[in-house]
Design a protein around this ligand. Structure first.
Ligand SMILES: *[C@@H]1O[C@H](CO)[C@@H](O)[C@H](O)[C@H]1NC(C)=O
Ligand SMILES: *[C@@H]1O[C@H](CO)[C@@H](O)[C@H](O)[C@H]1NC(C)=O
Ligand SMILES: *[C@@H]1O[C@H](CO)[C@@H](O)[C@H](O)[C@H]1NC(C)=O
Length: 388
């Protein structure tokens, strides 16, 4: 019943965002001067089309025909004069392969009611990853697609490839749907997180496949009512709430659901990660339900002592309070003997952790569970046996 209700509400969200674009004025990027020769910069045509669509009092569609379109950068800002701008993509936007600066590649700020449908964005990160792999001093790199300070956003059917830094970022937004998206970068590409959400409420990520060199989905401070369902992760670092608690004053993370996720060969499965330093941040109300682990190094893991440069982390005590986290129906194989690892803060122990119907093995052998400063309860079958 609960799942029927959630599917119905999902359908309503989808129906709500579905553009009735037949009535829209359509701004075709080719008619604004874009050329699918892989060389002509689409920046000016896209900005002109954006200003026309955003300035239109009626709903409007920007169309990218098929072909490979070079795009140096696009910053599309609102507020707009209407609340339904659709970017219908058949083709591909290709970023410069050079990486002199690290501004966002395709960004939206202060928009309401923007949908991106279909298409491919290729961040062409290979030469920057190469620079980073050589240990040279390289720029951070551009994030590929960023929505800031926006609401009522939908990204569906998009493919995002080889970003220089994060692929998709949702920052200080409300009501965002990411659906049927594919994200891909090599396993050894640095900092290429799939979707990063922070400071945002009511974000839904469904039916999405993510394989990168970093987190599949990462969740930053100030996130609430996040719903993740039917997501496949791997390669990469898995789904991570955190890193949190770097700042002493920080917004918490509240009400996160991860449902029906498959992890293949990832470093982590379901992770919560905080800095081992003072903070007033918190994580409260997380449900991890129905996950399959295939050869995952750390299937279930809480670490509260993150401190990469070993500076400013007195006693490795994290101030972040973690409570009400439930793991239910998590099955599969761990690549390490310790399949369940709760390493919570000595001064702020984890509380109300729940384990229900867990079955994780270490290859064909038994796996272990390890608990430090973690309190909670177990029900149903729990293998390895709960240490809570
Ligand atoms: C957009 O979001 C706001 C809340 O931020 C909501 O009140 C409004 O109804 C939404 N509008 C549309 C068209 O979805
Ligand atoms: C938690 O978030 C979900 C969406 O992910 C929402 O439907 C639900 O109402 C939220 N619960 C609370 C108590 O806010
Ligand atoms: C893990 O479990 C194995 C048996 O499966 C046991 O020999 C080993 O000592 C355990 N290690 C830890 C760290 O608990």
């Amino acid at each position: 019943m609960a799942s029927l209700r959630s599917s119905l509400s999902l359908l309503l969200v989808v129906a709500f965002f579905h553009p009735t674009s037949s009535d829209d004025t359509v701004y075709d990027l080719v008619s604004f001067g874009a050329n699918p020769d892989g060389q002509t910069d689409s920046a000016a045509p896209l900005l002109k089309a954006w200003l026309a669509a955003c300035g239109s009092p009626a709903p409007a569609t920007i169309r990218l025909p098929s072909g490979r379109f070079f795009l140096s950068r696009a910053a599309m800002n609102g507020p707009c004069n209407n609340r339904r701008v659709t970017i219908q993509m058949d083709g591909t936007f290709e970023a410069p392969s050079s990486y002199a600066d690290s501004e966002d590649w395709i960004s939206f700020d202060h928009v309401d009611g923007v949908s991106i449908i279909g298409g491919t964005i290729d961040g062409r990160g290979a030469s920057l990853w190469d620079c980073k792999a050589k240990g040279l001093s390289c720029p951070r790199g551009s994030r590929s697609l960023v929505f800031c300070n926006s609401k009522n956003i939908s990204i569906s059917g998009l493919t995002s490839l080889n970003s220089k830094l994060y692929h998709i970022v949702i920052d200080r937004c409300q009501n965002v749907l990411v659906q049927g998206v594919k994200i891909s970068a090599p396993a050894d590409s640095p900092n290429t997180d799939g979707v990063h959400v922070q400071g945002s409420a009511d974000v839904t990520i469904v039916a999405t496949g993510i394989g990168t060199g970093d987190d599949c989905i990462s969740v930053g401070p100030g996130t609430s009512n996040l719903w993740i369902e039917r997501v496949a992760c791997g390669p990469g670092h898995g789904i991570s709430i955190g890193s949190l608690g770097k700042q002493s004053e920080e917004e918490g993370v509240q009400n996160v659901t991860v449902k029906t996720a498959v992890f293949t060969g990832t470093q982590n499965g379901l992770r919560i990660k905080t800095w081992g330093r003072p903070s007033d941040g918190f994580v409260k109300g997380v449900i991890f339900q129905h996950a399959t682990m295939q050869n995952v190094e750390n299937p279930i893991v809480i670490t509260q002592s993150y401190c990469p440069n070993h500076k400013g982390c007195p006693g490795q005590d994290s101030g972040v309070k973690i409570s009400q986290v439930t793991y239910s129906d998590i099955q599969g194989s761990s690549a390490n003997p310790v399949a369940v690892d709760f390493s919570c803060s000595p001064t702020n122990p984890c509380s109300e952790i729940g384990l229900e119907n867990i079955k994780l093995t270490y290859g064909n052998n038994a796996a272990n569970a390890s608990c430090k400063n973690a309190d909670g309860s177990a029900s149903g079958f729990v293998i390895p046996p709960s240490c809570l």
